[in-house]
Design a protein around this ligand. Structure first.
Ligand code: SF4
Length: 274
């Protein structure tokens, strides 16, 4: 349940468990649910009351290994946690969140990118395991997903109050335009923008080019590092959008370009920010 990853904005992914419950519009075509239903080795049913699948003991050793090589090479590595779950899921397997934060403490050469759609549970859950008063942790970046303005306005005020060296937003899948509010200046460090992709033959919801251009311009104005991940299954082409599908060579050439160029900025952390 841990691996070198194809996700362009991280070096590794780690899943302390697999499984989740859909909570908002962004989850509608959850790729993790599709993957977990397609492969017997990780088969997990999604939903409230369905047991989450804990990571194997071997998987828990992977970050220790990555930490050692990061230290040896003198290069920090990013770990996205979790790509097949939500770290702040109230139905996480007993003791696993505490074990995760213990692992985070033991791996100071890794930057842990905790991305959630449930920021409202962060404080309570971290208090429960005795971590809240230790924030900000030097190697934890706290992120939230917002595919539209409604979810941005709901989740950002919560994330804004979490002490963190980096706060970030995953605008993926982008489902509507987002205007960044004034209080993101100096507080939101990084935004990742992307259209919807899906592991099965599914068309995906379109990201309008104007949404991507507009959020990039706002990020540049507000000094928020901007990472354009990919268009998703629909790419702008001669004034309209075409569906390419993941197997097309043309798709792989153009999928990461916004206005003809790549945008792969990363944030500079703010140590000790409360
Ligand atoms: S929070 Fe993430 S893992 Fe959970 S259902 Fe939504 S998209 Fe899937």
């Amino acid at each position: 349940m841990a691996k070198k990853t194809s996700i362009s904005w991280t070096d590794h992914t780690f899943n302390p468990w697999i499984g989740c419950t859909k909570v908002s519009e962004e989850c509608k075509y959850c790729y993790a649910e599709t993957l977990a239903s397609s492969y017997p080795a990780i088969r997990t049913e999604w939903g409230k009351g369905k047991p989450r699948r804990p990571a194997s003991e071997n998987s828990w050793k992977d970050p220790i290994r990555w930490n050692k090589s990061a230290k040896r090479e003198g290069i920090r590595r990013k770990v996205f946690c979790a790509s097949m779950a939500d770290v702040f899921d109230p139905e996480a397997p007993e003791g696993h969140r505490a074990r995760l934060f213990e692992l985070i403490r033991k791996t100071p050469n890794l930057d842990w990118l905790l991305l959630t759609k449930r920021p409202e549970f962060i404080r309570e859950q971290l208090e429960e395991i005795g971590v809240w008063d230790l924030l900000p942790l030097p190697n934890v970046w706290v992120g939230f997903t917002a595919g539209n303005q409604e979810n941005f306005d709901k989740r950002w005020p919560v994330i804004r109050e979490i002490p963190a060296v980096v706060r970030f937003c995953s605008y993926e899948p982008a489902l509507g335009p987002i205007i960044l509010p004034p209080d993101t200046v100096g507080q939101l460090d990084w935004l990742i923008c992307g259209g919807e992709t899906h592991p099965q033959k599914y068309m995906g919801r379109k990201m309008e080019p104007a949404w991507a251009q507009e959020i990039r311009n706002q990020c540049l104005q507000k000094r928020v590092s901007f990472f354009f991940k990919q268009w998703g299954n629909w790419i702008p082409e001669s004034g309209h959008q075409e569906w390419y599908g993941k197997t097309s060579a043309t798709f792989s050439e153009k999928v990461e370009l916004l206005d003809g160029m790549q945008w792969k900025q990363f944030p500079v952390g703010k140590v000790n920010r409360k």
